[in-house]
Design a protein around this ligand. Structure first.
Ligand code: ATP
Length: 238
């Protein structure tokens, strides 16, 4: 059996003296779309930051494709093919859409036919093509979200981490993000996303992990998890 794309075993993570993750376990199978479900403050963002080496770790092990990356800084994690789109969706406001994409470009050992180019990114996000010369700071929230995902893809990741990609966006943009995640998955990418809304998650994810108070409480197929009463009570509004 091929190793998981990502594996976290017993991760403790800290912000200064405050512990945010408590022995968190997580398995992201290669090629899956796995969603981290949990309320505000449960530890979803911290889990992604732990993978990216952006929080202090205590105990635990993190592996990418079976190789340990525990304690690695973000740039090194990125180089082994992990792309990260943080919740804040930062763009370079003073650069154009096209320039933002060029900043994100780098070429690990990806065969040229599989490499991301601006043309391929514009196919995925048609609205961005028309905005290629626009300053990123002048884009709407939804357009900025597309741009941050697009810029991350230009780094040719094999795994992409999307922190609450639908948060605060208009329904039409949320549908665009659903389509994007499905397309990326169909092209073989492994996706880990975080979400508070089970309905959105159910449209894209095949696996789900419920995080509560810095621990993984439940893990299973999206169908199993969304039919679990505890999950329904906590995350589905009647
Ligand atoms: P949200 O949807 O609000 O981002 P989350 O599930 O992603 O929720 P985290 O942001 O990972 O939750 O937060 C986990 C815990 O870590 C919370 O108790 C939070 O208060 C704490 N925390 C997060 N960021 C910091 C920080 N920069 N400094 C101190 N504590 C933090």
């Amino acid at each position: 059996m091929s190793p998981s794309a990502l594996r976290l075993v017993g991760i403790d993570a800290y912000y200064g003296p405050a512990q945010a993750l408590f022995g968190l376990d997580l398995e992201v199978p290669t090629g899956s779309v796995t969603v981290l479900l949990g309320r505000n403050g449960a530890g979803k963002s911290t889990t992604m930051k732990a993978i990216m080496g952006l929080v202090a770790l205590g105990q635990g092990e993190i592996e990418v494709g079976g190789e340990s990356i525990t304690g690695w800084p973000a740039y090194r994690v990125n180089r082994v093919g992990v792309g990260y789109v943080p919740e804040e969706r930062r763009v370079f406001a003073g650069l154009s859409v096209m320039e933002n994409l060029l900043v994100g470009m780098h070429d690990p050992d990806v065969p040229s036919q599989a490499r991301w180019t601006h043309e391929r990114v514009f196919d995925l996000f048609p609205p961005l093509a028309a905005l290629r010369d626009r300053l990123a700071g002048q884009l709407s929230g939804g357009e900025q979200q597309m741009l941050t995902i697009a810029r991350t893809l230009m780094g040719n990741p094999g795994i992409i981490l999307l922190d609450e990609p639908s948060e605060g966006l208009a329904p039409v943009i949320v549908q665009q993000i659903v389509t994007t995640v499905k397309t990326l998955s169909a092209q073989g990418m492994t996706v880990l996303l975080s979400e508070q809304n089970v309905r959105f998650a159910a449209q894209v994810a095949d696996r789900a992990v419920v995080i509560e108070r810095g621990k993984a409480l439940l893990a299973g197929s999206m169908t199993e998890i969304s039919n679990d009463e505890r999950v329904r009570d906590a995350y589905l509004t009647p």
